[in-house]
Design a binder for this molecule. Structure first.
Ligand code: NAP
Ligand code: F7E
Length: 365
């Protein structure tokens, strides 16, 4: 049987790397679009190149940018893929307040640029298109559990840019009969998550503190609640959405909610100590109250979490919880990772990084 061909934008990111792995396992030929950068940005996918035995000539990277129609058009016209997964984005919500125009250009117009190319090719090939939509679209919606019918109420330049891409994807589906879907994914994390997203920041810095490499974790809003799943599983749902006969939008969520504070507490437990809280608002802090593993380089009463105003947003989404009944029925969605398993996976990898750094420091002495 002929191999299917996929293009992934954002292949160097967390989700792009998991999706590339999955598609290669399914025997796809995978083309990734990477943007030019002065430092190497392929660390999440380098192992795919190394694995030549399995992959042979099935994995290719191309320079392109969502801001640059010429590069996108050249790549898509040449490859004529069966599927395009549009995962590229300026994906950081807080940074979108600092760079609203750039964020909108990449996330909103970038999606439009790809859809136009697909539309112009539609008499040659029916290319299926996946758009990385987000639970941030719901923002301040008053409905507790959010599904495909919940009204949107975006609260950041990131969310408004993704609102445009959500609707333009739906519009191109309806106006031009294209196969386009929105995956409305709630937060998903992993050991490959960027270091400036809250979960990875927590597992990375707390494992460093417990190895004596750092003193404090500085954090923003402790009370924000999220529905956190594992990126590996969520990437599989992207693929499943494009395998359906009829293009439809889906919410993917675990349907369980935890606060940033809970995430810190569970991470401490996984590492081997207990944290307690004192003080209020900006003066609140977390200190070590019990130690279960005597090898940890921390002390009872050590102040290890402090609040820093710098990490608050002009406007935060306080409460996100999903309802993914439709995906459970039509995509057979059932999360295998709960929050504890997710944290275990992240702490395991970050512990190795910290231990490696300790060894390096010792060797250099
Ligand atoms: P990520 O780790 O931040 O990856 C974003 C990717 O987009 C990176 O490969 C990045 O390249 C690339 N990119 C950024 N600007 C670009 C541009 N102008 N042209 C081409 N590529 C560009 O994000 P992620 O967590 O994997 O998320 C994947 C997608 O899902 C994003 O669209 C995000 O908004 C959306 N989403 C994420 C979540 C989540 O919880 N993770 C939830 C819902 C939706 P560099 O490596 O060079 O920076
Ligand atoms: O923040 C709070 C922060 O940056 C989560 C993106 O993948 O998921 C992600 O967006 C919460 C917020 O993710 C810090 O205020 C506290 O309430 O990890 P985050 P996000 O904003 O939910 C959605 C679904 C996407 O689509 C996005 O692309 O944690 N928080 N203290 C902090 N957040 C950060 N980053 N850093 C802190 O120090």
């Amino acid at each position: 049987m002929k191999n299917k061909i996929a293009i992934i934008t954002g292949i160097t990111g967390q989700d792009g790397s998991y999706l590339a792995e999955l598609l290669l396992k399914k025997n796809y030929i995978v083309h990734g679009i990477r943007r030019r950068s002065s430092s190497i940005n392929t660390s999440r996918i380098d192992h795919l190149h190394d694995n030549k035995k399995i992959l042979g000539k099935k994995f290719f990277l191309h320079y392109g940018d969502l801001l640059d129609s010429i590069s996108l058009e050249k790549i898509i016209n040449k490859i004529l893929p069966d599927e395009i997964y549009n995962l590229a984005a300026q994906s950081h919500v807080k940074i979108s307040f600092d760079m609203p125009e750039y964020t909108s250009n990449v996330n909103a117009l970038g999606t439009l640029r790809i859809l136009e190319i697909i539309k112009n090719l539609s008499n040659k090939k029916r290319i299926k298109f996946y758009q990385a939509s987000t639970s941030e679209l719901f923002g301040d919606s008053v409905h507790k559990k959010k599904d495909e019918n919940t009204p949107f109420f975006p609260k950041s330049p990131y969310a408004t840019s993704k609102l445009f891409s959500y609707w333009i994807t739906k519009n191109y589906r309806e106006s031009y009969n294209l196969y386009c879907v929105n995956g409305i994914l709630f937060n998903h994390e992993s050991p490959r998550r960027g270091l400036n997203f809250v979960t990875r920041k927590i597992t990375y810095i707390l494992t460093r503190i417990s190895n004596g490499l750092e003193n404090k974790l500085e954090i923003g809003n402790l009370n924000a609640k999220r529905d956190w799943g594992h990126a590996k599983e969520y990437s599989e749902m992207m693929w499943k959405m494009l395998q359906l006969k009829k293009p439809e939008d889906f919410v993917i969520a675990t349907e369980k909610q935890f606060s940033v504070r809970n995430f810190i507490e569970l991470t401490c437990k996984e590492i081997g100590f207990q944290i307690k809280w004192k003080g209020k608002n900006l003066d609140e802090y977390g200190y070590v109250s019990r130690i279960f593993d005597e090898n940890l380089k921390i002390k009872i009463n050590q102040k290890i979490v402090v609040i820093n105003k710098r990490f608050f947003r002009p406007n935060d989404v306080e409460d996100l919880l999903g309802k993914s009944i439709k995906a459970r029925k039509k995509l057979n969605w059932k999360p295998k990772y709960n929050i504890k398993k997710l944290i275990k996976d992240m702490v395991k990898e970050d512990k190795l990084l910290a231990e490696y750094e300790v060894l390096k420091k010792k060797a250099n002495k």
